[in-house]
Design a protein around this ligand. Structure first.
Ligand code: FES
Length: 360
């Protein structure tokens, strides 16, 4: 930047004891404009002048693309030859990870470095200066761009270097295969697993986590109890089952409940799934005065008196109700499973909801 006469000294000038006069004199000595220094002389690469160096570079590029092909094969072999089943031993897991990791690394590394090496050693190395122009081009400019593109393809030598072209096609064509194969591990379809919970007609309600049976007469108005199905600890996937079956039990005045809520209630005691229908957080903040249930994650609010209808927030469905009654000994029991899947949406939810409605 050119400093102008009369300009104030900078902090560096002050630190070096320069006065405003010094700075003004220095500024006056500087030219208004610097000449364009231009580009330094172009240095040709070895491959530009020596055919043997070009051939060597071509082989190096082909080796890198070949390495990518080997990486893809290694990944596929690692996936199929070392399958991981439930409870796979540590050595097998290590071998699988090593093969998949090194295979994917070689696949991507070979293509990436091969392409860069090709560009740096064999593709045209001319230096060009292009003045700025308007962003949109005229028809002539577009035609010119197409011509430049065609020239670029011609100059890349892809037509003249079948070894590079073929290995590149092979590497690029095979590279997505591991990703497609690894997608297999995202299956199988849940097949109703997400919709079904351990609740069924006759399942007793017990406190979570202490497992105490609950008598209807022990609950007072305004009380809230976290509940789970009796015997859930013996389920084969205990935590998965618990995540779906979590229920909140509340006692209200019976006449505060809408007819819909009363259908599954017992003397003002209602049980609703605790899993938010938005994204599955536990809805456990109960406002005793308003009878609202609040989800702490994104503030969806459900009105317990209105069959847990959504009154605020991003949730789109009410919390499913667990219909309850008391058994011969006065303990609270479920009279039926949930009549729809609990929790947030998933791909097959509508299908599962229809099936459950038919079974109800
Ligand atoms: S998970 Fe409950 S509001 Fe988002």
């Amino acid at each position: 930047m050119t400093r102008r006469t009369g300009e104030q000294p900078s902090s560096t000038d002050v630190a070096h004891g320069r006065t405003g006069t010094d700075v003004a004199e220095r500024g006056a000595a500087l030219p208004e404009r610097f000449e364009n220094p231009g580009l330094p002389p172009h240095q040709h690469r070895m491959a530009d002048t020596d055919p043997r160096a070009a051939r060597r570079a071509e082989l190096q590029v082909a080796v890198l693309f070949g390495l990518s092909i080997i990486g893809t094969i290694l990944t596929l072999v690692g996936y199929f030859a070392v399958p991981l089943r439930d409870q796979a031993e540590e050595g097998r897991i290590f071998l699988s990870n090593a093969l998949l990791g090194s295979g994917i690394f070689l696949t991507l590394f070979g293509i990436g470095v091969g392409a860069v090496h090709w560009a740096k050693t064999l593709m045209p190395d001319a230096e060009a200066v292009e003045d700025r122009h308007q962003i949109h081009g005229t028809r002539e400019e577009q035609a010119e761009a197409a011509e430049i593109l065609a020239t670029g393809v011609g100059e890349s030598g892809i037509g003249r270097r079948p070894l590079i072209r073929n290995t590149l096609i092979g590497a690029v064509a095979l590279a997505p295969l591991p990703a497609v194969v690894l997608l297999k591990d995202t299956g199988p379809n849940p097949e109703g697993v997400l919709a079904e919970t351990l609740w069924e007609a006759g399942t007793r309600l017990v406190t979570d986590p202490t497992g105490q049976l609950i008598r209807a007469t022990d609950l007072v108005i305004g009380q809230v109890v976290h509940v789970q199905p009796e015997g859930i600890e013996e389920a084969s996937h205990f935590l998965d089952e618990k995540a779906k079956a979590a229920v909140l039990l509340m006692r209200l005045e019976a006449d505060e409940l809408s007819p819909g809520a009363q259908a599954g209630a017992y003397e003002g005691i209602v049980a609703y799934s605790k899993i938010c229908t938005h994204m599955g957080c536990p809805v456990a903040l109960y406002e005793q005065q308003t009878h609202h249930l609040l989800c702490p994650c994104h503030q969806s609010t459900f009105d317990v008196t209105q069959d847990c209808a959504v009154i605020f927030g991003p949730a789109k469905r009410p919390l499913p109700q667990l219909p309850i009654a008391v058994d011969d000994e006065g303990y609270l029991v479920a009279t039926a499973p949930f009549s729809e899947p609990v929790g947030p949406s998933y791909w097959e939810r509508e299908q599962d909801a229809r099936r459950m409605a038919e079974e109800a």
